[in-house]
Design a protein around this ligand. Structure first.
Ligand code: ATP
Ligand code: MG
Length: 243
């Protein structure tokens, strides 16, 4: 890892990123960082470019200009597969589990890049974080409740032992009690040393567990800072998050 001014390079850095869909300029000069083991939330209203930011990081939509740097390595022109090999994992919007497969089979899919010999250990680690998932391992994923699916989706991503876990709106479609539970789990994963970039519209709950946050509005970072400071920006939250 490269070192500048004695400080370690961040795990993830976006530098002056501009991302387009055809002629549509979505992300505009986005700079963003996630440090080792840090929990960062990316906030913004509908269509502000949150999912596009994750797609840019994953290389699903490469930026037209700017850089994506992962653990000191410029991955801007890397394929998604190569980025995943470098330690990225995602829990996508709406979980996207394979419904006709069991919980265990879904978890195993998350480990496809890991040595086969480590599978048992990886599974035990996930079951330790989510004992409830262990109890449901033979159940078809499509028959799980929303909250259970969220746990399996996180478990599946953790099976790859990622350095950085990307999450797209984990609270979406969950009842308030499950939102709380879901964020407790995110906190737990963070405590285990995994860095996270969590996309959310629910500013209160995500800022309450995050180290830092960024706010996007029409593809630009309009606000960034310590979560403890952002949570007090009532006016800004109203302006940019529509609540
Ligand atoms: N594949 C695509 N082709 C064209 N435009 C797209 C595509 N995907 C997204 N967009 C547009 O880019 C803009 C940003 O979308 P994005 O999905 O990043 O927003 P978001 O902040 O994740 O919103 P939400 O909270 O509703 O999920 C939107 O105006 C959207 O219509
Ligand atoms: Mg989105």
């Amino acid at each position: 890892m490269s070192v500048t001014n004695g400080a370690p390079a961040p795990l993830l850095r976006l530098e002056g990123v501009n991302t387009y869909y055809g002629q549509m300029h979505i992300l505009q000069d986005v700079d963003l960082e996630v440090g080792e083991g840090e929990l960062v939330c990316l906030l913004g209203g509908n269509a502000s470019g949150k999912s596009t930011t994750l797609k840019t990081i994953l290389g699903v939509v490469p930026p037209r200009s700017g850089k994506v740097v992962l653990a000191g390595e410029d991955v801007t022109r890397y394929s998604t597969a190569k980025r995943i090999e470098r330690g990225l994992a995602i829990v996508p919007e709406n979980r996207r589990l394979f419904g006709p497969m069991t919980v265990l089979e879904n978890l195993e899919l998350g480990a496809y890049l890991r040595p086969r010999a480590d599978l048992k250990e990886d599974l035990e680690r996930v079951y330790e974080i989510f004992p409830h998932v262990a109890a449901r391992r033979k159940q078809l994923a499509g028959t799980l409740s929303g909250g259970e699916q969220q746990m399996v989706a996180m478990g599946r991503a953790l099976m790859a032992r990622p350095k950085l876990l990307l999450m797209d709106e984990p609270s979406m479609g969950l009842a308030p009690i499950l939102v709380e539970r879901s964020f407790e789990i995110i906190k737990q994963v963070h405590s285990a040393g995994v860095a996270l970039l969590v996309v959310e519209q629910n500013a209160n709950v995500s800022l309450s567990i995050a180290d830092r946050g960024y706010v996007l509005s029409t593809g630009r970072v309009v606000l960034e800072g310590r979560a403890s400071e952002l949570i007090r920006h009532e006016e800004l939250r109203k302006a940019y998050l529509g609540r």
